[in-house]
Every structure is written in C-alpha cells, then in structure tokens.
Ligand binder design. Structure first.
Ligand code: DGL
Length: 287
C-alpha cells in the first residue's frame, strides 16, 4: 500500500467523533478511514488528564501499529485539551489535527456579542481552553457551561437500534438544565445568540438544542474546519489519496466497548452498514 492509500485514523472517547468523521467523509470522499470509539472507557470528560493522556497514547500507538495510519484526527475536545501536545512531541512527523471549541468563528458570527460555550468539564477547565479564551479577551462575552453527564447520556442513547423515549427525555432534560443555567438565548441585546458545541457528542443533540433555544440561535461545531485542516495537512505532506473514481467505501469503525451501540450509531447517524464495525481489546494502562 502506498502512503497515499493508507488510512486516516480518527478517535474519540466514544461515538461523538462520528460527527467529525461525517465531515471528513464529505471533504475527503476518496480517503480510507479507521475510526476508534473508546466507548469502553467513555466518558473522558470527568476522568482527569492522566487517564485521558494514557488512553490517547494507547490509541495512537495502536492505530499506527495495526493500521499504519498516515494522519490522526483527535475527534475529541477533551483528549485534544489534555494530550495533543504530548502526541505532537512523540510523533513529530505524523500529520495531526485536534478539535477545540470554535470560539473564533463564534465571535465572527455573533451580533449580540454574548456567546455560550458548552463542553465537558475536562475541556472547559483545561489550560488550553483558558489560553484560547485569553486570545479573545474583550472581543465578546463568553458564558461557559460544563455539561456533566451529557456525553454519557448520548453514548447510552445508542444502546437500542432506534432512539427510545426515555433516552430522548434524558438528553433533552440535560440540554434544558444546562442551557437554562446560561441565561437568556435570543437575538436581542444582552442575549446569547451563538452557542459553541465544544464536545463532538453534542452535534447529535443539536435538534434538541434548537428546539429549546429557537431557530435564531446559531449552533457552531468544528467538523468542517477540522476536515478542511486535515486536507491541508495531507496536501502539504503529499499524502492525499488520488481524487478520481467513486468515493471509497473503506471505512472501519472499531470500539473498545459493546458492538451494538457503535453499529446503531453508524447506521443511524452516518448511514454506514453495521458490518464495518468491530470490537477491539485495548487495555487501560500507561502507554
Ligand atoms: N466527545 C468528547 C469531546 O469532544 C468527549 C466526551 C466525553 O467523553 O466526555 O470532548
């Protein structure tokens, strides 16, 4: 296999990063992908840096060793905040893309200058996020709200083939509780008119959020910019797959947790066949 034909590795604590994979497939339809959901260890958001760093290294090493990935997309804000600097230091040659809450696009989009940011506690209390906020000092008011339990509830909502009423009630209640703590949303002065989805899982509750906040509040996620950045890095490394012929079907989805939830998420959200999913064993422990 030539370098250009090697797959791109993508990982998240669970199924949330599938929202990034969706954008990657749209931007790079001729690339092969290996996606790893660390659902056996999700959620990361309330686990602490040392744990998330150890998992990130174990997953990166596994994807390099077993799948010969040519680039890595860390499709998890929490792992990016805790560990991407370490991955960069360990693998300086590897094209590497992380995700972080899209504050700059939100500043450009907001008219009221009040911007909400939701994410995991790990992301929103990280030094990386504090530095990002500091770069935008004075450009907008940010209302920052960690959403403990929301990513986990979204993981659980994939347990059945079709969404169940109790799952939908739970995710909606969590969205309502956390956005309710943030103050009024809307497009009038003093209201939050833009909400940054600072966790890749939350893309999958955007309909609930829209229902709660109204159609005028803008929701901002990071899938498309991450996909464009991945294209730029591959181009710079002369590692883009040839962009001719039909789109690839070479997408492998792996999970460290139970198989059915990943299959349910893949078919429900990405219209991928259940057969592209498999389980792997990747024990917890320092890399
Ligand atoms: N999807 C992840 C993120 O973007 C992590 C959610 C979690 O595991 O807590 O932060």
């Amino acid at each position: 296999m030539t370098a250009a034909q090697q797959p791109i590795g993508v990982f998240d604590s669970g199924v949330g990063g599938l929202s990034v994979l969706q954008a990657l497939r749209a931007e790079l339809p001729h690339e092969r992908f290996v996606y790893l959901a660390d659902s056996g260890n999700a959620p990361y958001g309330e686990r602490g840096d040392a744990f998330v760093q150890a998992r990130t290294h174990a997953i990166t090493d596994y994807l390099l060793r077993e799948h010969h990935i040519k680039a890595l997309v860390v499709a998890c804000n929490t792992a990016t905040a805790a560990a991407i600097h370490e991955v960069r230091a360990r693998h300086p040659q590897l094209p590497l893309v992380g995700v972080e809450p899209a504050l700059k696009p939100a500043v450009a989009a907001s008219r009221t200058g009040r911007i909400g940011v939701i994410g995991t506690r790990g992301t929103l209390t990280s030094a990386k996020f504090a530095r990002l906020l500091a770069t935008l000092d004075g450009q907008a008011q940010f209302v920052v709200q960690p959403c403990d339990g929301l990513a986990h509830a979204i993981e659980r909502s994939t347990a059945q083939a079709l969404p169940t009423a109790p799952d939908a009630t739970e995710t909606r209640a969590l969205c309502a509780r956390y956005t309710g703590l943030m103050g009024p949303f809307g497009i009038q002065n003093g209201q939050i008119d833009t909400l940054v989805l600072g966790c890749t899982h939350y893309v999958f509750v955007q309909d609930e959020l829209r229902g709660l906040l109204g159609p005028e509040v803008r929701l901002i996620d990071t899938g498309e910019p991450v996909a464009r950045q991945t294209r730029r890095l591959l181009q710079a490394a002369s590692a883009l797959a040839p962009e001719t012929g039909p789109p690839t079907t070479a997408i492998t989805l792996l999970t460290t947790g139970a198989l059915a939830p990943l299959q349910n998420a893949a078919t429900r959200w990405l219209q991928l066949p259940a057969q592209c999913c498999a389980t792997i064993d990747l024990p917890v422990g320092p890399a």
